[in-house]
Design a protein around this ligand. Structure first.
Ligand code: WT7
Length: 652
């Protein structure tokens, strides 16, 4: 195969109907991983491999064991004592790295702030003392609801420093979503801001917190970062300004020695039921996965200017903005805004301004740029870039090639990284110095990862399609679902046997053994790389007093991967109308957040159901995407679908 493919940047050839790009020898010569020795080392003895990697972390006490596997549970590095903030900060300030930029931040209106490792260290120490002063103790939960400001990173590291468990809620989530997560996690403190900038407007975070907290008696204190300087209500006892608290705080806070298996954070993500799952991540194993994969996949070197465009509200913002880059002493750019504000060249200007070398972004963003035209990036100097990454959804080969050509100038490898909130860090991805790239394929599992494509009955599919499974736990994988270990077992470890993790993704392996992802196989949608459960949106719709019943599906969308379509039956005295459609779309945005707003609502007298009453979403998807009807023999009333389809076609 190797002889038939070509070097990155030169003319590509067709290979098994796909194009392939062999690593450029000049790139390989300087890369962190230059050959297959890591793969070989891991294949020989996986546990020993991870134990060896774990020596790259600074432990207060060395682990006594590597892996204790008691399916479906597992513990990594037991007996080890470690602090994540120490590994991200303290160890770097002992060398010249103390003066290196850790965070180069740009706000949406254009302000710039640079924090060196020393600056960040001081801020985190002081904020850790602030949290302590508010009575936050090891194991307590702290909710974070912030825009992309340096204080977000500071908050996470300060929690980690004192052993508090953070749970970040994306700033686009509604008061109800915020309330549900705060209540589920039983958070004691909320960290928020007086607002955040988005496309020239202001996201009212504080008033949303106030609304959410009306039903969260457990929250004792709210810390408010001053960002927009707009007036916000500050309730006397409960609310405190971040800048006031921190100005009185001591400059040093002893990092709490944590057990490797202590929970570092909880992050909520959607599943197949209406209730989001609080995914729990560990301290030692998670940090190890974050640190090693950042270094390997992004080929990080001290001189790099790395930029991951994710928001801290998602797992990517935890692993590849906060913990991975900082554990590696990287210099990174953090940007508060969106790519199209004030103009559609904002990202490219940022890359030019700071000399960004590594860019990690999403297929949705790339497809938007494609639509806007290559002239826009062409007007900026992107020559500093040397590596590109993508995550969140399958990338279509066309978008991959566009990214490679127009952003990477044909010289930058593109790493398509597959992983999930649950895996904590990248699982399947090329290593840029060694892997032959194929547009559209995430290629192969990283060293130390055991993955396979399995059939429904659990047989391995060497070539062909099936479900992506993980056949052994890796250090950064989830340790559970907060407050619901039964759901943890049922969701992830019950499809085959207790030792085999079910990812919820369909995948195919080609003749070379490379993995191609096919999207979710459950009732989870992927909108712009964000996971939203069909049932969550359905509950939001039926929550409206005019709605009798609802079913929601994700349909193909050219830019965002998928778009949400809701099928709604109104209560008998209600008439469908365009106005009602708008009301319901807005209602979902109010209940969950703007990311869950359906792009269309189809009104219907009835919904297609099986005889046992289960909504046939597959059929609705077929209808919504205008495909031929699937097997309708299980329908209680087959005419319903035909009617629906006709109606959908008529409406265009
Ligand atoms: C789901 C996980 C991992 C951080 C962002 C999303 C899809 C993710 C890829 C990729 C194809 C991908 C999967 C996965 N996904 N990366 N490179 N190729 N699909 O995290 O919200 O936990 O969603 O995103 O369907 O299961 P998440």
């Amino acid at each position: 195969m190797a002889e038939k493919s070509t070097t990155t940047g030169t003319v590509d050839v067709l290979l098994h109907e796909e194009r392939a790009f062999k690593p450029d020898p000049n790139f390989t010569a300087k890369s962190v991983v230059r050959d297959d020795s890591l793969y070989r080392e891991a294949a020989k003895d996986r546990e020993l491999f991870w134990a060896r990697c774990a020596q790259e972390l600074d432990w207060f006490e060395a682990p006594k064991s590597t892996l204790v596997w008691d399916p479906p549970n597992y513990r990594w590095f037991e007996g080890g004592k470690i602090n994540v903030s120490y590994n991200c900060l303290d160890r770097h300030i002992q060398s010249a790295t103390r003066n290196k930029a850790a965070i180069i931040w740009e706000g949406e209106p254009g302000e710039k702030r640079t924090l060196t490792y020393w600056d960040l260290y001081r801020e985190v120490n002081r904020f850790a003392n602030v949290l302590k002063g508010l009575g936050v103790k090891k194991g307590d939960r702290v909710a974070v609801y912030l825009p992309m400001v340096p204080e977000a990173i500071v908050s996470l590291l300060a929690c980690a420093r004192i052993g508090a468990i953070h749970t970040v809620i994306f700033g686009g989530f509604s008061a109800d979503s915020l309330r549900d997560r705060i209540k589920d996690a039983e958070a004691k403190v909320v960290i928020t801001a007086d607002g955040g900038y988005r496309r020239g407007g202001i996201v009212q975070l504080k008033s949303t917190v106030d609304k959410a907290l009306k039903e969260c008696p457990g929250v004792q204190d709210v810390v408010v970062v001053r960002r927009t300087r707009r007036d916000v209500d500050m309730s006397d006892k409960r609310d405190h300004w971040y800048h006031e608290l921190i100005s009185h705080a001591d400059a040093f806070c002893e990092p709490e020695p944590m057990d490797a298996e202590d929970t570092l954070f909880i992050l909520y993500t959607s599943g197949t039921t209406g209730k989001p799952k609080g995914i729990m991540h560990s301290t030692g194993g998670y940090l190890l996965g974050a640190m090693m994969t950042t270094k390997w996949v992004f080929d990080l070197k001290p001189e790099d200017v790395y930029w991951c465009t994710a928001d801290v509200g998602w797992i990517t913002g935890h692993t590849y903005v906060t913990y991975g880059p900082l554990a590696n002493a990287a210099t990174q750019v953090i940007f508060e805004g969106t790519p199209d504000w004030p103009e559609r060249d904002r990202w490219w200007k940022i890359i030019e301004r700071y000399g960004v070398t590594v860019l990690y972004s999403t297929p949705t963003a790339i497809r938007s740029f494609m639509k806007w035209g290559r002239q826009i990036p062409q007007n900026c100097d992107l020559s500093s870039l040397r590596l590109l990454g993508t995550v969140g959804e399958p990338i279509n080969p066309e978008a991959w090639i566009w990214y490679h050509t127009n952003i990477g100038g044909g010289r930058c490898p593109v790493v398509d990284t597959w992983w999930q909130t649950e895996t904590g860090s990248i699982v399947i991805s090329p290593l840029p110095g060694v892997t032959t790239l194929k547009p559209g394929s995430a290629t192969r599992p990283l060293p130390g990862i055991e993955a396979a494509v399995l059939s429904d009955t659990g047989e391995e599919v060497k070539h062909g399609g099936g479900y992506l499974a993980l056949t052994a736990p890796s250090p950064s994988m989830l340790r559970g679902i907060w407050g619901d270990q039964e759901r943890y077992r049922d969701t992830y470890w019950s499809k085959w046997d207790l030792k085999t993790y079910f990812s919820g993704d369909g995948a195919r392996r080609d003749e070379d053994g490379d993995f191609w992802f096919l999207g979710r196989v459950d009732d989870v949608m992927n909108i712009s790389g964000h996971r939203i459960g069909s049932m969550e949106v359905e509950s939001a719709l039926v929550d409206h007093d005019k709605v009798a019943e609802a079913a929601v599906v994700g349909v193909h969308d050219e830019i965002r991967g998928q778009a949400i379509v809701g099928f709604v039956t109104l209560k008998h005295d209600q008439e469908p109308s365009e106005e009602m459609e708008q009301i319901l779309r807005k209602h979902v945005a109010d209940v969950i957040g703007p990311i869950a707003r359906p792009s269309r609502i189809i009104f219907t007298g009835d919904l297609p159901k099986t005889r046992s009453g289960k909504i046939m979403r597959r059929l609705l998807r077929d209808i919504a995407e205008g495909r031929v009807l699937g097997d309708v023999t299980t329908l209680a009333d087959a005419s319903v679908v035909e009617e629906l389809k006709q109606k959908y076609d008529e409406e265009g």
